[in-house]
Design a protein around this ligand. Structure first.
Ligand code: PLP
Length: 552
């Protein structure tokens, strides 16, 4: 007997009955009569030991098309015999008192089948929650926010999250495998390792290049790494954390990507790596970067966190460099809440990223697996005794930055929407262009890098120095009207309190970076933006600019 919080009792024996098929006077759906029918016990109640049962029928053809029909046959039974193959209708449920059962335990389903049925019943609630609770609310101009980013999802993401929760595997599992395979296929890369954030992905990609296993090619403290100061800190912090020196190159306006000529001149014999992001989804000049890397034997890491789905010369960004990274934070192209991934075509780098991600361990067995190399107890490592368990051999100074299977399950559903999301981002970018290009005297509009087809993370605007208003005036006005804007992340990172005292080098000057720090802002392009939102922002912008120009 289980005592519930309300003081009522549920019979333990009732709990044991879940999965039992009984015979029951089951009402017709239209309630015009009833008939003795088989039914499956799927739940217990805390009220008078009632039971929740699902309708079972042998009219397989009539229902099998439905998502909520679960077919079963003799081989799915743990006990008893059925004369015909049947379906359980997970949508056709009633609560009954046990006394209403005409015949108990006609048969019992095997656990796997019961699990399938109970999961489908859970999906019905998920559908209800999604359709009732998570529908976007109607946009009311001036009252609703125009966010710069946000999650866009449907019931499939929640169903997957629930499925993973019901599996209760929790750490990397079947959904992680599914999600990483889908990413690999989408980008056209060989290896994808999931992690708990885009920042962790950057840290791991960089860590991998510090491994002694890379011999002379490894990155060492004091080496120089080319980067930019106009970006997000997570692209720069691993360089500093490992004692290397970021060399900041200025960016171009209006691509907001690295100035290739300045980068060329910034290279010294100490330069070992280029670590830069595709700014706000706009690919940097990949040909120039990869060519320079080839000439000087440099590692390249593409921070693809803001550009998942962008293309350069017909190929996806994130598939060019030695390593690339993705973020699944809700602002990004797809989300798992927190989350990230590292991608590479190089099996050695993949193995190193895995080692750094998983405590520094040498063994590469997936969770729950053992001895996949067949040499678990027959190798020599370091000064350990011969045959020391490979599972507990640590060849790197690592972390634990893995993703959970629940996050991966959400990602596995989100990524199916990515091509559509990218199209929407491109359309939204066009819509902002139409709205802002009316004011060529005030704004410099963003421009895709030559050869690139960006899945824009945002619409980035820089004020011309002749504009009769300041960036902070227009963004304050937009924000007061509930229209979210953002600056280009850290502005000039060398001026940030945490960075200004660190060891870095400025390649030449950061004039554009400084200009961006003071005069640039962006609006979102995320797929949740609607026509109504665009026309509201257009009105707000037009009237702001009309009032400003009247004053001048
Ligand atoms: C370019 C870039 N790299 C890395 C990150 C870090 O990603 P996360 O927030 O998942 O740690 C971000 C974050 O938005 C980013 O914009």
């Amino acid at each position: 007997m289980i005592k519930t919080l309300t003081g009522r009792n549920i019979l333990d024996s009732n709990k044991n009955r879940i999965g039992e098929i009984v015979l029951l006077d089951f009402p017709y759906t239209n309630l015009q009569g009833s008939k003795v029918r088989p039914a499956l016990i799927v739940g217990t109640s805390d009220i008078q030991n009632d039971l929740l049962v699902a309708f079972v029928t042998s009219e397989v053809e009539n229902y099998i098309w439905s998502d909520y029909a679960v077919a079963f046959e003799q081989s799915n039974l743990q006990e008893g015999i059925i004369k015909q193959n049947s379906v359980i209708r997970c949508d056709k449920l009633i609560t009954i008192s046990p006394e209403r059962i005409a015949r108990n335990k006609v048969a019992v389903l095997k656990t796997l089948k019961i699990s399938e049925v109970l999961r489908k019943i859970a999906h019905i609630s998920v559908d209800g929650i999604y359709n009732k609770i998570h529908q976007p609310s109607t946009f009311i101009p001036g009252k609703s926010r125009v966010n710069y980013a946000g999650r866009v999802f449907d019931e499939k993401e929640i169903v997957n999250a629930v499925e993973a929760s019901l599996d209760f595997w929790l750490t990397e599992g079947r959904f992680s495998e599914q999600f990483s395979e889908k990413i690999a296929e989408f980008l056209g890369v060989e290896h994808v390792l999931l992690t708990n954030s885009g920042s962790s992905a950057n840290l791991l990609a960089f860590s991998a290049l510090t491994s002694e296993k890379l011999g002379d090619k490894r990155l060492k403290p004091g080496d120089e790494v080319i980067s930019v100061a106009a970006g997000f800190p997570a692209t720069v912090t691993p360089i500093i954390q490992y004692g290397l020196i970021p060399v900041f190159v200025d960016v171009e306006i209006p691509t907001y990507n690295i100035d290739v000529e300045m980068m060329r001149k910034a290279i010294t014999p100490k330069t070992r790596c280029i670590f830069i992001a595709h700014t706000l989804g706009n690919p940097f000049n990949i040909d120039a970067v990869m060519q320079l890397a080839k000439e000087h034997d440099l590692w390249v890491i593409e921070d693809n966190c803001d550009a998942f789905g962008s293309e350069y010369k017909g190929k996806k960004t994130g598939s060019f460099a030695h390593l690339s990274t993705i973020s699944f934070y809700p602002a990004h192209h797809i989300t798992t809440g927190e989350g990230g991934a590292i991608c590479t075509n190089n099996p050695q780098l993949a193995q190193l990223v895995r080692a750094f991600r998983d405590w520094g361990r040498d063994c590469y067995c997936a969770g729950g697996e053992n001895n996949t190399c067949g040499k678990r107890f027959s190798q020599q490592f370091g000064n350990l005794p011969y045959g020391f368990d490979h599972k507990y051999v640590y060849s790197e100074i690592g972390y634990n930055l893995k993703m959970t299977d629940i996050q991966a399950a959400i990602g596995a559903a989100q990524i199916d929407k990515l091509p559509h999301f990218c199209e929407r981002r491109k359309e939204n970018f066009k819509e902002w262009t139409r709205i802002f290009e009316k004011y060529p005297d005030y704004f410099i509009l963003p421009k895709a890098t030559e050869g690139a087809d960006p899945a824009w993370f945002a619409f980035i605007v820089t004020l011309k120095d002749t504009a009769p208003f300041k960036r902070d005036e227009i963004t304050a006005h937009l924000n007061a009207k509930l229209i979210e804007t953002r600056n280009l992340f850290a502005g000039n990172i060398t001026k940030q309190p945490g960075f200004m005292t660190k060891n870095y080098r400025i390649a030449d000057h950061l004039n554009n970076t400084d200009y961006i720090m003071n005069n640039t802002f962006f609006l979102g392009t995320y797929p949740g933006l609607t026509k109504e939102m665009f026309s509201y922002v257009e009105d707000v912008l037009d009237s702001f600019l009309r009032s400003i120009t009247k004053l001048h």
